[in-house]
Ligand binder design. Structure first.
Ligand SMILES: CC(=O)N[C@H]1[C@@H](OP(=O)(O)OP(=O)(O)OC[C@H]2O[C@@H](n3ccc(=O)[nH]c3=O)[C@H](O)[C@@H]2O)O[C@H](CO)[C@@H](O)[C@@H]1O
Length: 356
């Protein structure tokens, strides 16, 4: 039987593209296994789909100083040993890696076992985990043309990003019911990335009375970031993280205020939702969200507000302006050429599959 191992984790952005591939893999008759960390957020996301999940030990790859930098290499080594054992037992035809630090031992073990490996990079430049994995991979898929330029010529393929099909099948009534909204006001979705974003959360909560005059506001605020004092604010609802309800929330969204994670913005584009992006600052990252956001603004899909420039009036103004001009953004998004990522990736997976 055809077999594939998927891997990726740490944040939802390293898991949802894998999830997007699962229906197509099932349709083609693949037996699917997933390797993630023992206790990362990928575990429940994958187990809830009934996919065989195997946890391994993993260490974070940090660019900054921490005492854990001394113990984490040992965990990565342990993860490598565990991955070797798992791959030797499962003997998959292909390993597909979506990035995140857990994937490093898996991809290295796949190379040792001579199992063909594909990795996918969502951002403009490869993350640290993917950087380490590129020499071991057979193919590297890119979401952005800009990333392709930085990849070895014989390995890089422009695929775009796989988006979960279910996101296109949201139900308005269910979305309104879930949020407790009447449907009379336009809906503003605030989403701070899969882990939440304190800067975005605070800025929005500071102008809530003004926002709720115009919009019903649904706020995906990140784990541990819901605040009791906002529980009863009329026209405002907060969720720390939503899973299957995401599609219904997108369905009722008239405008989004979002971090500029690669998957989030590709979903907004595919669903043609006008948006204002607040990219994660270069101080807290390698700056890819800024590049993502600038590129989307240049193409007329988004407005951008940099974290350092947030003021109460400025934030309200850019949200209102973008909402007033929403049709312009929707038209630009409709005219954007989009890659059929799921099919491109499936063709490559099938090419690398030997057994049947
Ligand atoms: C802090 C950080 O390192 N961020 C990175 C991370 O972002 P992050 O993990 O936030 O990823 P994205 O914004 O790309 O994707 C978030 C995903 O989670 C889903 N979602 C979100 C909230 C929720 O309640 N429910 C839900 O299902 C979204 O629909 C989307 O599919 O990976 C991205 C892709 O490599 C990068 O571009 C980001 O820079």
């Amino acid at each position: 039987m055809k077999k594939i191992v998927l891997t990726g984790g740490g944040t939802a952005g390293h898991v949802t593209p894998n999830i997007a591939l699962i229906p197509a893999l099932k349709k083609e008759g693949y037996e699917i296994h997933y390797i993630g960390t023992y206790d990362g957020m990928e575990r429940s996301m994958i187990e809830s789909l009934g996919i065989n999940y195997i946890g391994i030990s993993s260490g974070k790859l940090r660019r900054y100083k921490s005492v854990k930098n001394l113990t984490d290499p040992l965990r990565v080594l342990k993860g490598f040993g565990e991955s070797l054992k798992i791959l030797k037992r499962l003997k998959p035809d292909v390993v597909f890696s979506k990035g995140g630090f857990v994937t490093v031992p898996v991809v290295f073990a796949a190379k040792t076992c001579k199992i063909p490996t594909i990795i996918h990079e969502s951002d403009m430049s490869p993350g640290l985990a993917n950087k380490l994995c590129i020499p071991k991979a057979d193919y590297v898929l890119a979401n952005f043309p800009e990333a392709l330029e930085k990849l070895p010529k014989n390995k890089g393929i422009l695929s775009g990003t796989p988006i979960r099909e279910e996101l296109f099948e949201g139900d308005r009534e269910k979305g309104l019911r879930f949020c407790g909204f009447s449907g009379d006001k336009p809906v503003l979705l605030v989403v701070g990335g899969s882990l939440g974003a304190s800067a975005v959360n605070e800025a929005v909560r500071n102008i809530l009375p003004k926002l709720t005059e115009r919009f019903d506001v649904v706020h995906l605020c990140g784990k541990g970031k819901a605040k009791e004092e906002y529980k009863d604010v009329k026209g405002y609802v907060q969720f720390e993280y939503v899973s299957e309800e995401m599609k219904d929330i997108f369905k009722i969204t008239d405008i989004a205020l979002s971090r500029a994670g690669a998957n989030a913005i590709c979903e907004l584009l595919a669903l043609r939702i006008p948006n204002v992006l607040i990219p994660l600052s270069a101080k807290a990252s390698r700056g890819d969200q800024i590049l993502n956001a600038d590129s989307f603004k240049k193409q007329g899909f988004s407005e951008v507000l940099y974290e350092e420039d947030i003021t109460e009036e400025g934030l309200l103004d850019i949200i209102l302006r973008t909402y007033e001009n929403r049709q312009e953004y929707i038209d630009n998004m409709k005219n954007s050429p989009q890659k059929d990522a799921i099919n491109i990736i499936m063709e490559l997976i099938k090419k690398l599959t030997k057994s049947d």
